[in-house]
Design a binder for this molecule. Structure first.
Ligand SMILES: Cc1cc2nc3c(=O)[nH]c(=O)nc-3n(C[C@H](O)[C@H](O)[C@H](O)COP(=O)(O)O)c2cc1C
Length: 300
């Protein structure tokens, strides 16, 4: 049995990474997880300059998951390159840097700064509000997605994963736009926009009013979108959204994902990724799958 997967020319030792923003840059989880065991570590989002994020409260619990409006707080690319990349380089795992921005120039500045850094892939978070398009997220407009992808591809030295937002009417249109712009892979889903009201204080649970819903509650939606995207494009897909067990991850792979990311589940079980990896291995043995690739999209 061989758990290796090849994502856009990069070989991971197994198909499991962590979802951006739920694992820091690995350091706070290293007590619970041997990072050498992960297929890849996906970092929290990083922008060209430090972002302070949204006012608090910015997380809330909801049935079957959580809601967050962190607002992509991050230290900026300079400190990130000095501190987080050297930390991750100590481990035998692939490094995926998640990139955010408010305008194409901001994304491009980060991608350019990463050109000579020893990272393996980059994941572009297009759920960020686009200041030039009335704060609609980049990822909600197929034209913007294709254009931004093409601009990034012109300067990126590492393979580019475009991370799609589920807050759209037709995910296949956006997946195809990323492919047309030259994306090496896509990942999905980011969080679904939600709202929670504190009925006793008669106010919003989050200072931002709305927040992104994640966790098991969103899993069936994520499986459906991964399946639809897999029918629409030929580039590899990294599937995520509510994965909390090996069974959830296997479902995503059978729907068409070549690899998976575990997000919110890390908060209640910091070692969950290891259980997911082991469980996928056991499933492959049980059903006689020699490679992960044989499982990808096996349900049509
Ligand atoms: C607290 C928190 C922070 C997040 N930060 C980011 C981020 O910086 N960049 C990004 O692309 N996605 C971010 N996400 C979205 C996750 O990477 C993931 O796409 C989403 O939560 C669905 O997966 P899950 O249900 O397994 O958490 C964040 C999610 C959470 C819960």
């Amino acid at each position: 049995m061989d758990m290796r997967v090849n994502i856009a020319g990069v070989e991971w030792k197994n198909p499991v990474t962590v979802a951006s923003g739920t694992f820091g840059s690995g350091e706070e989880f290293s007590e619970f997880v041997d990072l050498n065991r992960l297929g890849a570590v996906t970092t929290k989002g990083v922008a060209n300059v430090p972002w302070s994020g949204n006012p608090t409260p910015r997380v809330a619990e909801v049935y079957g998951g959580m809601m967050n409006a962190i607002g992509l707080q991050n230290p900026g690319i300079e400190l990130f390159c000095q501190r987080d990349i050297p930390y991750l380089k100590q481990f035998d795992t692939k490094i995926i840097v998640n990139v955010c921005g408010h305008a194409p120039e901001e994304y491009l500045a980060v991608v350019e700064r990463l050109q000579d850094e020893p990272i393996d892939m980059m994941e572009i978070n297009i759920s960020c509000p686009n200041v030039n398009a009335g704060f609609l997220a980049f990822g909600q407009d197929a034209g913007h997605v294709e254009e931004l992808t093409a601009q990034i591809k012109k300067i990126a030295k590492q393979p580019v994963i475009m991370k799609l937002t589920p807050n759209v009417t037709d995910i296949t249109e956006i997946a195809k736009a990323a492919e047309a712009g030259g994306a090496d892979a896509i990942s999905l889903i980011n969080t679904l926009t939600g709202m929670k009201i504190d009925i006793n204080r008669r106010t919003f649970a989050l200072a931002n009013k709305t927040g992104g819903v994640s966790g098991p509650a969103v899993h069936p939606i994520a499986v459906r979108m991964v399946y639809q995207a897999a029918q629409a494009v030929r580039i590899p897909i990294i599937g995520m959204g509510g994965i909390a067990t090996a069974e959830d991850a296997i479902e995503m792979i059978l729907a068409g994902a070549s690899a998976v990311s575990v997000g919110t589940a890390n908060f209640h079980d910091p070692a969950v990724t290891l259980k997911v990896i082991d469980g996928i291995g056991k499933y492959m043995e049980k059903y006689g799958f020699e490679t992960v690739k044989d499982m990808v999209g096996a349900v049509r």
